[in-house]
Design a protein around this ligand. Structure first.
Ligand SMILES: [Zn+2]
Length: 427
C-alpha cells in the first residue's frame, strides 16, 4: 500500500477536486445514454480525456471484428456504427510498475415512465448526501471514481509508473460487446478494475446471463368462435410458466454451489418485453417475448440453452397447435458466462490493502446475481478482472441514486490502489 505521506497527499487531492468531481458526475448523468444513444456522452468523455493530455482512441463497434471471439453476444436490430467506445492511454515513459485497465460503462437502461420519478431522471438533483438520476449509481459514479482517482494522483504531483488504460464502453447492460471490443482491439494490462457500484465490497462471483426471444404463432379467428383458433399470447404464457418452473429447479441445485449456496434464489428469470396480437376481437396470430435468465458459474452456456430448448419443446409437444407450429427461440443479446474472480491474485491483495488503509476495515466480498464486464478480462484473457466501486441505490429502478460520501471515499481507495499497483513517479 502507499506510504502514509502518499495517502495523505491523495486524500488532500480528492478533497481539492471534490466539487469538480460532483459536477462532472452531474454532467455525465445529464446524457440520456440509453442503448444506441451513447454517442454524445462518449464524445464528451473523449474530449474530457483529451483535455487531461491522455491519448484517446475513439471508435465504434462497427469498426471491430469480434463475432469470432469467446464472450461475444449476438445482436439483432442494433446499429453498431452508433456504439461509440473510448479508450484513453496514459503512458508511462518507463514501466517500473504494473499496467492497469480502468473500465466503466456509460450505457444506462430505460428510465420507464418519467412521472414515476421524484425528480426528472436525466436532470440530476442533489439532496443531502445523495444524487438522483438514471445511471447515477449504475455506473456513472464508478466512471467518476476512476477518472478522479487518476486526477487525484496528478493533483498530488504523481503519475502512474506503468501504462494505464481508462476505458468507457457501452453494451454492458445487454451484451458486454463494448468491453470485448477493447480486448479485440488489443488493449491489455496486468489487471483490470471495473468500479461497478459494489458498495465498497469486492464482487467475488457473478452469475451468467442469457437473453432470448420467444417467437410464438397462433391461429387468428373471431373471438366469438375463439375455440376454433389459438391464442399466441396464451401459448407464450404457457411457455413462460414452464420456464419459471425450470428456474425453481435450477435454484434448488444452486443450494450446493460453492459461491451461491448462501443466497436465496440467485438465478432469476424475467420476461422483460412482450409484443403480440393485432386486434382486440381476434385471437392473436403472433407473440414475441424478450427474456432474461441467469446461469451459475460452472454451467456452460450450451447446457443452459439446451435446458430452455428442452422446456419449450416439451410444452409445445403437449399442445395440438404448437406441436405442429413449434415456437422459435432466438438468442439475441447476452450470452454471458458466469464468472468467479479466483482468490489469491496479486491485484486482489493490493486492493485489500488499499481498502483497509482507506476504510479502516477489511474488504468484504459478496456474490452477485447480475453480470458485469469483469468476466471478459478474467475468463478469456487471463487478466484478473476486479469489480469494486462506490455505493448507491436503485439500479434499473425509479429514483436511482448515488451516495456521494461513499463515492468520495471510494475514489480515494481506487487512487491508493492505482498508486500501489502501478507505482508512482513524480510529474
Ligand atoms: Zn453496471
Amino acid at each position: 500500500m502507499p506510504d502514509a505521506a502518499t495517502l495523505a497527499a491523495l486524500e488532500k487531492a480528492v478533497d481539492a477536486n471534490w466539487d469538480k468531481q460532483v459536477s462532472w458526475l452531474q454532467s455525465l448523468v445529464r446524457f440520456p445514454s440509453r442503448r444506441g444513444k451513447e454517442g454524445p456522452c462518449q464524445d464528451w468523455i473523449a474530449r474530457e480525456f483529451a483535455g487531461r493530455g491522455w491519448s484517446v482512441d475513439r471508435y465504434t463497434l462497427a469498426d471491430v471484428q469480434m463475432d469470432h471471439l469467446p464472450g461475444f453476444s449476438p445482436v439483432m436490430d442494433t446499429d453498431y456504427s452508433q456504439a461509440v467506445q473510448v479508450v484513453a492511454t496514459v503512458r508511462a515513459p518507463e514501466q517500473t510498475g504494473r499496467s492497469l485497465i480502468l473500465q466503466g460503462h456509460v450505457d444506462v437502461v430505460p428510465e420507464g415512465p418519467a412521472e414515476m420519478w421524484t425528480h426528472a431522471p436525466f436532470d440530476p438533483v442533489i439532496k443531502g448526501e445523495w444524487m438522483n438520476g438514471r445511471g447515477c449509481h449504475d455506473m456513472k459514479q464508478g466512471v467518476a471514481a476512476m477518472v478522479f482517482a487518476m486526477d487525484a494522483l496528478r493533483t498530488a504531483g504523481l503519475a502512474p509508473a506503468a501504462d494505464v488504460y481508462v476505458q468507457t464502453v457501452t453494451e454492458e447492460e445487454c451484451t458486454g460487446n463494448g468491453a470485448l471490443s477493447t480486448l479485440a482491439r488489443g488493449y491489455r494490462a496486468e489487471a483490470a478494475l471495473v468500479p461497478e457500484p459494489t458498495a465498497g465490497q469486492l464482487s467475488r462471483a457473478y452469475v451468467g446471463v442469457m437473453w432470448f426471444r420467444l417467437r410464438v404463432r397462433g391461429v387468428p379467428v373471431h373471438v366469438a368462435v375463439a375455440q376454433s383458433g389459438t391464442n399466441a399470447i396464451m401459448s407464450a404464457y404457457a411457455l413462460l410458466r414452464e420456464i419459471y418452473e425450470l428456474t425453481e429447479k435450477i435454484n434448488e441445485d444452486a443450494k450446493a454451489h460453492p459461491w451461491f449456496k448462501h443466497m436465496n434464489h440467485p438465478v432469476n428469470f424475467n420476461p422483460g418485453i412482450i409484443r403480440g396480437g393485432d386486434w382486440g376481437s381476434s385471437t392473436p396470430a403472433w407473440c414475441e417475448v424478450d427474456c432474461r435468465i441467469g446461469l451459475l458459474p460452472g454451467t456452460s452456456l450450451e447446457a443452459a440453452r439446451q435446458q430452455i430448448l428442452d422446456t419449450v419443446a416439451r410444452v409445445a409437444k403437449s399442445d395440438a397447435f404448437m406441436a405442429n407450429n413449434p415456437p422459435e427461440v432466438i438468442w439475441n443479446g447476452f450470452q454471458a458466462d458466469g464468472y468467479v474472480l479466483e482468490p489469491g491474485s496479486d491485484a486482489e491483495a493490493v486492493l485489500r490493502a488499499a481498502h483497509q488503509q482507506v476504510y479502516g476495515e477489511p474488504l468484504k466480498e459478496h456474490s452477485s446475481t447480475g453480470v458485469a464486464d469483469s468476466r471478459m478480462y478474467g475468463l478469456y484473457y487471463g487478466i484478473p478482472g476486479i469489480c469494486y466501486g462506490p455505493m448507491g441505490e436503485g439500479a434499473h429502478a425509479f429514483d436511482e441514486r448515488a451516495h456521494l460520501p461513499s463515492l468520495k471515499k471510494n475514489t480515494l481507495a481506487i487512487a491508493a490502489f492505482i498508486a500501489d499497483w502501478c507505482g508512482t513517479r513524480p510529474v
